[in-house]
Design a protein around this ligand. Structure first.
Ligand SMILES: *[C@@H]1O[C@H](CO)[C@@H](O)[C@H](O)[C@H]1NC(C)=O
Ligand SMILES: *[C@@H]1O[C@H](CO)[C@@H](O)[C@H](O)[C@H]1NC(C)=O
Ligand SMILES: *[C@@H]1O[C@H](CO)[C@@H](O)[C@H](O)[C@H]1NC(C)=O
Ligand SMILES: *[C@@H]1O[C@H](CO)[C@@H](O)[C@H](O)[C@H]1NC(C)=O
Ligand SMILES: *[C@@H]1O[C@H](CO)[C@@H](O)[C@H](O)[C@H]1NC(C)=O
Ligand SMILES: *[C@@H]1O[C@H](CO)[C@@H](O)[C@H](O)[C@H]1NC(C)=O
Ligand SMILES: *[C@@H]1O[C@H](CO)[C@@H](O)[C@H](O)[C@H]1NC(C)=O
Ligand SMILES: CC(=O)N[C@H]1CO[C@H](CO)[C@@H](O)[C@@H]1O
Length: 437
């Protein structure tokens, strides 16, 4: 089971100024708390390959890879689910609007002398580090977002292969409920992620920049829209796409203009990688093509050399208490970025950067090779409780680009606890199916 989800990012830089005036930075441990249980992964899925593989199956009642049977059963389950929405939470964000995304900073409690009825508004909150306020479990915005992401993408892919109307119809229902229907939609911002509640001095009233990383799960719905559009289903209209583009235009602008979003964009580690992936995906979707190349080139030349050293280590990720998890997690984002800007694919307007993998100076490849070596126990550390299959996404994705270097070097799991993660043969070229198994 994936753990990045079960981990709350609570790394706080504490700066100590010693008497000699030397500034030392100390990182507090990342505290593991079962707050969100995300099973979402950001994996590049080539639509060209999805379609080629689907066409190969066409007319045949027998699907040569078990992943197709799994796809069918996941889609059959998804059509029976109610649509997801964030409007049913029992607490309101400071805006008073249930359509606004909300999550709580987990270790903050109403102070013990507080007798107010509305503790969100009338109480000072205090920090009891490591003790999770169970209120956080009452908010399911992140879970609903991630489930909607996985289900809409799965349903759209299933429609592409099986052409069963119910799949497209349900994908459309879920997308409209989450983004387009005035009663149930999410507002296009993440202003209230990980807020500290109450009326005390520490109350933040707005969310924290770190909370924005949850927005990476908005990438799959964009792909679901593209797949539905290309499939030609009668259940998804141009008006629907236009509605989605409107939503993502607002979210894109919020990511660029909002104060906490700017803070997130000024990070340098995995947060920046995912922020950039989100921004370029949404820019492409809304037709703002002009800035994508520059953004990614800047990332490649300015940030990548600091994220990945010549020996493939990722110091910003490995220095944390969950080195394996964070290395795999950041690579997932980097591989997506390189694929996104380099592919000529119906999913993107690209290629934005010709020979993009080359522009990374082999650094992503080197980092993936190091991850492989860590999994093989040859170097580095895997923290207790880590899920080594988290390396699968980046090794396979790079392996598809460079089969001569990666075919048969690594065995990817086909029995992840989360069924959705076993669908990878769908977007892996048929000729490489055996490379990773
Ligand atoms: C993630 O998947 C596992 C395995 O299917 C499941 O036990 C867990 O509940 C899932 N997480 C959430 C939030 O549903
Ligand atoms: C209530 O508790 C908070 C934190 O425990 C404290 O800062 C505050 O002074 C208390 N207020 C009163 C009126 O006792
Ligand atoms: C939904 O809200 C938008 C913006 O407030 C408004 O323009 C539109 O007419 C509303 N649609 C419906 C069906 O109420
Ligand atoms: C688009 O049109 C279809 C068919 O008229 C309708 O069912 C759907 O709700 C519309 N979508 C939006 C976003 O208005
Ligand atoms: C396109 O995006 C860039 C930043 O990525 C922004 O400065 C510009 O205003 C956007 N253009 C439009 C037409 O939205
Ligand atoms: C990787 O290179 C850095 C910088 O030269 C060095 O500090 C680190 O020890 C090296 N790590 C490994 C595992 O080789
Ligand atoms: C990038 O491409 C150039 C020209 O094809 C080649 O000389 C160079 O070695 C490549 N660099 C990397 C890092 O692949
Ligand atoms: C300190 C720093 O890097 N600030 C940057 C934060 O992001 C904004 C918007 O991208 C830049 O204009 C700042 O220079």
């Amino acid at each position: 089971m994936k753990i990045f989800s079960t981990v709350l990012l609570l790394t706080v830089a504490i700066v100590n100024v010693s008497q000699a005036g030397v500034i030392r930075k100390r990182l507090t441990p990342v505290v593991q708390t079962p707050i969100s249980f995300s099973n979402y992964t950001l994996e590049w899925k080539s639509l060209t390959t999805l379609k080629d593989n689907a066409a190969r199956q066409h007319g045949s009642s027998k699907y040569p890879h078990p992943a197709y049977k799994l796809l069918q059963s996941l889609a059959d389950e998804a059509v029976k689910k109610p649509v997801y929405t964030i409007v049913n939470k029992p607490f309101l964000p400071p805006s008073g609007d249930k359509h606004d995304w909300l999550s709580y900073a987990p270790y903050w409690w109403p102070s013990s002398n507080c007798t107010a009825t509305d503790k969100n508004n009338d109480c000072p909150f205090v920090n009891l580090d490591g003790q999770v306020n169970p209120d956080v479990y009452k908010l399911n915005d992140q879970k609903n977002l991630e489930y909607m992401s996985m289900d809409t993408e799965t349903l759209a892919m299933a429609y592409l292969v099986f052409k069963k109307d119910a799949y497209a119809q349900q994908a459309a229902n879920m997308l409209r409920a989450f983004f387009l229907n005035n009663d149930t939609m999410m507002n296009p911002n993440m202003e209230y992620g990980q807020i500290i509640r109450g009326n005390g001095k520490s109350a933040t009233h707005i969310g924290r920049a770190e909370g924005i990383i949850s927005g990476r799960a908005l990438i799959s719905p964009v792909r679901a829209v593209k797949i539905l559009e290309l499939s030609g289903t009668r259940h998804w209209g141009k008006n629907d796409t236009a509605g989605m583009v409107g939503w993502f235009k607002s979210f894109h602008d919020w990511l660029l203009d909002d104060k906490i979003a700017i803070d997130e964009g000024n990070t340098t580690n995995n947060h920046l990688s995912y922020y950039t992936d989100s921004l370029i995906t949404f820019s492409d979707f809304i037709g703002n093509y002009s800035t994508i190349e520059t953004k990614v080139r800047t990332f490649f030349t300015t940030n990548l050399p600091k994220q990945i050293l010549a020996n493939g280590t990722q110091p910003m990720e490995e220095l944390r208490t969950l080195p394996f998890h964070y290395s795999a997690f950041n690579l997932e984002a980097l591989v997506y970025m390189a694929n996104f800007v380099s592919q000529r694919d119906p999913l993107t307007h690209g290629p934005y950067i010709t020979n993009a993998w080359n522009q990374t100076g082999d650094s992503i490849i080197t980092a993936v090779q190091r991850l492989e070596a860590v999994v093989a126990g040859k170097t580095g550390q895997i923290e207790p409780g880590a899920d080594i299959t988290e390396a699968d996404y980046s090794v396979r994705a790079v392996g598809i680009q460079y089969p001569s270097q990666f075919c048969h070097t690594y065995k990817a799991s086909q029995s992840h606890v989360v069924p959705y993660l076993n669908l990878w043969p769908l977007w892996t070229p048929h000729s490489l199916w055996n490379c990773f198994s």
